[in-house]
Design a protein around this ligand. Structure first.
Ligand SMILES: NC(=O)c1ccc[n+]([C@@H]2O[C@H](COP(=O)([O-])OP(=O)(O)OC[C@H]3O[C@@H](n4cnc5c(N)ncnc54)[C@H](O)[C@@H]3O)[C@@H](O)[C@H]2O)c1
Length: 416
């Protein structure tokens, strides 16, 4: 292949991870970066110069999208991906979207239809599916090692209170201050859906009480829990939030008809433990080991963020566009939406006394109309009359001083 894919990155905070990968990828090159915060553009430019490349920087998306590019990485605000993804695909660009795929059910429908209409590649950058332990579980499940799934658990416990100034800048309306408990569900649920390849059909949601140390910083929501039924009747538990636990916990379990797999929970544990039952009832063997990534191992080892997951989301996107075999691991729009809408619908369950809610199969055109105008969310700019409370425990009024204090810490480069 002589010509590299020309890729731009929108949002250069988390997006810097993709920027570094694209500056070194054999099949793609970084050509443009967009962020309204200038210091991040400077950082991107410096990294490009160090790699011997020249990139164009933009402060507005409208200018950025005019750049001559084959594809765009969306690493902008987590609740704004779908509208930008749709604009990029309609302008003839492939899209790699950071988490989450959409803010509302209406956006889920519109996003899927934009992919179908334009024929562009949409890939979901759920890097937790490619973490060494999760990716190995995915591959072993697909090989049939533990048989058909009966139960699973996914856990993303990360107390972000200390880094809150760095990731919200003291902005009252930053998405991290405004999202509901169940929104950010794809780090915990995603790897279970990709591993099993099964579709969710029902969800029941829960929200724990909001943590005090987040309330002090102007964020009000508990930890989100989704109990998801899969199309084969298996049940999954997904939990994600700011509970007390250091280091943070990114753990998965899958129980099948022939055995089970679970990730190591404590520092020093092996990353993965696999039990496979033999021919005799209740007797089997254990394997306890640290999986090693073998795909594009040379390049991947240079970008090992998030337990190796960061490299692969971008790499598989590129390989999918190019029609290469590794592109099969790229997460498509249907699976992305399956993951994301479980959280959106789980919150409805929470607000209605934890009732079970059907998860539609939006691959089917006849299931889409019901949701086409469903804008319910916690964002006043999108929800219109369907504005939801930020938490099932209410929407408190925080005085400006709370956010001013967080902003001051950010300006001073300090943690909370
Ligand atoms: N997969 C992971 O491991 C992981 C980790 C961290 C963040 N994320 C995701 O990355 C995304 C970005 O998160 P973040 O941590 O960088 O924080 P963030 O959401 O605050 O950063 C977004 C960046 O995009 C820029 N931006 C947003 N809208 C813009 C616009 N209209 N014009 C110009 N610039 C704009 C902002 O200036 C900011 O620098 C989110 O979707 C988040 O969920 C993923």
């Amino acid at each position: 292949m002589d010509k590299k894919l020309r890729i731009g990155v929108f949002g250069a905070a988390r997006g810097h991870s993709m920027i570094s990968i694209l500056l070194n990828h054999p099949h793609a090159e970084l050509v443009a970066v967009c962020d309204k915060y200038e210091p991040l553009l400077m950082k991107a430019k410096e990294a490009a110069e160090k790699a011997g490349l020249s990139i164009t920087c933009y402060k507005t998306f409208d200018e950025f999208i005019q750049h001559d590019m084959d594809a765009v990485v969306l690493a902008n605000y987590a609740n704004e991906h779908a509208p930008y993804a749709i604009r990029c695909m309609k302008a003839g660009m492939h899209v790699l979207s950071e988490v989450l795929p959409c803010e509302t059910m209406a956006q889920a429908v519109e996003l899927i239809e934009a992919v179908e209409e334009t024929g562009m590649v949409y890939a979901y950058a759920e890097n937790y599916c490619y973490m060494k332990h999760a990716f190995e579980m995915w591959q072993r499940y697909q090989r049939g090692d533990i048989g058909e799934v009966m139960y699973g658990e996914g856990e993303y416990i990360h107390d972000c209170s200390s880094i809150w100034p760095r990731i919200t800048y003291g902005e009252r309306n930053h998405w991290r201050n405004r999202m509901h408990a169940n929104f950010y569900c794809t780090h915990s649920l995603g790897p279970l859906l990709t591993a099993t390849g099964l579709r969710p059909v029902k969800v029941v949601g829960f929200e724990t009480v909001p943590p005090e140390n987040m309330i002090e910083l102007g964020a009000f929501r508990g930890t989100g829990i989704e109990i998801v039924t899969l199309e084969n009747g298996a049940v999954l538990k997904s939990i994600h939030g700011d509970l007390k636990r250091e280091p943070s916990s990114i753990n998965y379990q899958l129980y099948g008809q022939k055995g089970m797999m679970e990730t190591g929970r404590l520092e020093g544990d092996k990353l993965l433990n696999v039990y496979i039952e033999g021919n005799e009832r209740c007797k089997g063997t254990w394997e306890n080991y640290d999986p090693v990534n073998t795909i594009a191992a040379d390049f991947a080892s240079k970008h090992s963020g998030h337990a190796g997951g960061d490299y692969y989301a971008t790499h598989f996107f590129i390989e999918k566009i190019l029609g290469n075999p590794d592109g099969k691991w790229s997460i498509n729009v249907y699976t992305a939406v399956d993951m994301g809408i479980c959280g959106i619908l789980a919150y409805r369950s929470v607000l209605n006394g934890n009732i079970p809610i059907d998860v539609p199969n939006l691959r089917l055109k006849e299931e889409r109309d019901k949701y086409r105008n469903d804008n319910a969310c916690t964002n006043p700019e999108i929800a219109g009359d369907d504005l939801l409370p930020i938490s099932s425990f209410g929407t408190p009024e925080f005085p400006d001083e709370v956010y001013d204090k967080v902003r001051q810490l950010w300006l001073e480069g300090k943690n909370a």
